[in-house]
Design a protein around this ligand. Structure first.
Ligand SMILES: [Zn+2]
Length: 718
């Protein structure tokens, strides 16, 4: 699924200095590396590993994985599971295909008709996705455009345009006294998670939602459309899940419980539809701009606000209602279907119960060349590299687990069910490393919990970039520019940075790190290499698009294989877990300060933030003491590592967030109104947003207790 990010690549057009091109060799690893008492021996292992991932082989994996559409729970999906399992086994991993039975929809009928005020037919759709000369588009196994988790039904109504379907957009409609009861909302993709658009529309009484791709956001307004360029063509549709993921992830019938094949029906819940559940009760249908244009053009009512509502279609947009009625038919075939995760394990020699987990989903809406097969191709070459070490007799100190998740697109289902099944063992897992949309271009970026931000930078300092120099250097150059001036191209930037350090984003949701971090508290990272990418979740995200636009020589697959594999390798063998709690506590203090300011602005100035601030201060002190011990890397390392791991676990509150107990992390959650991007100290911030003073006060106490648990964990190494 993953985030559709505003592309930082616009800034890559600055030229890279020639000096970088000169150093094309893998740079020598620095002798002093965080987490290692003496890095010399590990440096040799890493060098061997880095020499193995192969661009050509990665390209072959990609070609095979994208040969057929492989929607979750289809025979083609199972074939990709077998391919991945075969490669895992060939590399020496103890490998299992793990099935779960989960509730998923597949579309039987999806139809949209629009009529003008006189009853004249304006359009019927969805039109078939088609461009000149795309080799994959005519395959009968290409699933018709639909939304995962859509309701079924047959409704007719007047239309209202809701821009991006953000909370502020719906507030603007309310301010203009536009009532949504009985209406069909048309909103454009972008800015937030599509499930949020449907959630807000359903809460306001809408009976259906159309979500379309405006050319302003990922079409001709950005550049040439496929097949000339990388952007979305006229008929390209973004499929995607509209599950209320921000309530809980995974199988809607089994929050907190694994949907194993033997799970009895009595263990499944029944009431999960509607705004209080995790699935819309109303119809949602995705559209191309080819299909949306006649509806928007006929729409009457007030003109859209001057700022930020007009898209790139060649006419003035109006809010409605009036001028057009649409008839929606959606027949969704909901069944419990079997999905297949592939799990490959290398048992650790010294700390077998401490797992280092790396994963990527495998299911795709259609061919999924970028999303997710570029991640799978890269991961298979990471595994190839680790396998070469195994062949030479090497064993990791900690257990490494590689995972190929299924049904991520439907709501992080495969990863969530596996995490729920292994929740207890995962209390001792040291890290989860995710990839998803691994390669759509050359622009590296990463998100992580603050304790792993420096770790990710360190790993990228050891991997060469196809542009010359290291991945880290290219990443830094793009963020800061060659003149050393900070560029405002990273919307994730919110942490105080020392000097000109590369900023690493915060983890919200939209991919498989969510159950690991936000349900059970495993420190996580997510990495990707981005570029202009306008075919997300359409049939055109295929091998032909990929080789034309993203990575013709698969050099970036190789790069991402090295980054992901090195994350696993370096974490698995570390003497001391390279967790940076000094940065973490500094970021938490900044979050608390920002929340306090927000409370004051919201007229909740009497809320007492002092205990939480003091707790963050205590954690900062404990973290500084811990850092000195980590750098020394001597003494009782088992105890030290245990303390380091338990610190993140301290942030987990067993009660979970108010109204969404599955989300248990007190520092990070997906925003209820953003879905993808993180809301920090979510219990507190969301209570302030809701102007609920009592709840905010209670959540400040929960936060203070969590910080104190983390501090006790840090202190336990003394
Ligand atoms: Zn994905």
């Amino acid at each position: 699924m993953t985030v559709y990010k505003p592309l930082a690549s616009l800034f890559l057009l600055v030229s890279i200095p020639c000096s970088l091109h000169a150093q094309s060799q893998t740079p020598a690893p620095s002798p002093k590396v965080f987490g290692y008492a003496n890095f010399a021996a590990q440096a040799k292992i890493e060098e061997k590993f880095l020499s193995v991932p192969d661009a050509k082989l990665a390209g072959q994996h990609l070609k095979i994985l994208t040969a057929e559409p492989h929607l979750a729970a289809t025979p083609e999906d199972h074939r990709t599971a077998e391919y991945v399992a075969q490669k895992f086994r060939a590399a020496g991993l103890d490998t299992q295909i793990v099935p779960y039975r989960v509730l998923l929809n597949q579309p039987r009928v999806v139809r949209v008709e629009a009529y003008d005020a006189a009853g004249k037919l304006l359009m019927t759709g969805p039109a078939r996705e088609h461009v000149d000369n795309d080799p994959g588009q005519d395959n009968p196994r290409v699933v018709m455009p639909f939304n995962g988790s859509s309701g079924s039904g047959d409704v007719t109504g007047e239309v209202v345009y809701a821009n991006y379907g953000r909370l502020e957009d719906f507030n603007e409609l309310a301010a203009q006294h536009i009532d949504l009861h009985g209406k069909i909302v048309i909103a454009r993709y972008g800015s937030n998670f599509r499930g949020v658009k449907v959630y807000l529309a359903e809460q306001r009484g809408a009976i259906g939602v159309l979500i379309y791709s405006d050319p302003q956001d990922d079409g001709y307004y950005k550049g040439d459309a496929y097949p000339v360029g990388p952007w979305r063509p006229e008929t390209g549709v973004q499929r995607g899940s509209v599950q209320y993921l921000f309530k809980y992830a995974g199988d809607p019938e089994t929050p907190g419980v694994a949907s194993t094949l033997d799970l009895p029906d009595s263990a499944r819940i029944k009431n999960f539809v509607g705004p209080d559940g995790n699935r819309p009760g109303i119809i949602s249908i995705p559209l191309s701009y080819h299909d949306a244009a006649p509806i928007l053009q006929a729409l009457k009512g007030p003109g859209v606000p001057q700022e930020g509502w007009q898209g790139a279609l060649p006419f003035r947009y109006h809010l409605g209602p009036g001028g057009v009625k649409v008839h929606l038919v959606s027949e969704q075939d909901y069944q419990r279907r079997v999905i297949w995760d592939v799990i490959g394990t290398i048992k650790g020699s010294t700390y077998p119960d401490e797992w280092v987990v790396a994963g990527n989903h495998r299911d795709a809406w259609v061919y999924g060349a970028v999303d997710p097969s570029s991640g799978t191709a890269a991961m298979l070459e990471s595994v190839h590299g680790i396998g070469a070490l195994l062949e030479q007799g090497w064993r990791p100190k900690r257990t490494i687990v590689f995972c190929s998740w299924d049904a991520e697109e439907q709501g992080l289902v495969g990863s969530t069910e596996w995490v729920e099944e292994h929740a207890q063992a995962l209390e001792r897992a040291v890290a989860y490393f995710n990839v998803d949309v691994a390669v759509s271009g050359p622009d590296f970026s990463a998100s992580a919990v603050p304790s792993l931000k420096e770790f990710v930078r360190d790993v990228t300092r050891a991997v060469s970039s196809p542009l010359g120099g290291t991945v880290y250097e290219g990443w830094r150059l793009r963020q800061h520019g060659s003149d050393g001036e900070h560029r405002a191209d990273n919307s994730m930037l919110n942490a105080p940075l020392s000097g000109e350090e590369v900023s690493v984003g915060d983890l919200g949701s939209g991919s498989d790190f969510t159950p690991f971090l936000q349900h059970v508290g495993v420190p996580s990272t997510d990495v990707s290499s981005g570029g202009p990418y306008g075919v997300y979740h359409s049939t055109f995200d295929d091998f032909a698009w990929y080789t034309q636009n993203a990575d013709p020589h698969f050099a970036y697959l190789q790069q991402m294989a090295r980054v992901l594999g090195l994350e696993a390798l370096r974490m698995a063998d570390a003497d001391v877990l390279p967790f940076d709690y000094v940065t973490y506590s500094r970021e938490i203090s900044a979050y608390i300060e920002a929340a306090m300011k927000k409370a004051q602005d919201a007229g909740l100035g009497s809320l007492d933030f002092a205990p939480a601030e003091a707790a963050a201060g205590r954690m900062a002190n404990a973290a500084r003491k811990m850092q000195a011990k980590e750098l020394a890397a001597s003494g009782d390392l088992v105890r030290l590592n245990q303390a380091l791991r338990q610190t993140e676990a301290g942030f987990i509150s067993s009660a979970g967030l108010p109204d969404r107990p599955w989300y248990r992390h007190t520092i990070y959650a997906p925003g209820e109104f953003t879905g993808y991007s993180a809301v920090v100290v979510p219990g507190v911030n969301e209570a302030i947003d809701a102007h609920n003073r009592d709840l905010a006060a209670a959540q400040l106490t929960v936060l203070t207790q969590a910080l104190d648990r983390a501090t006790r964990a840090l202190d336990s190494a003394n």
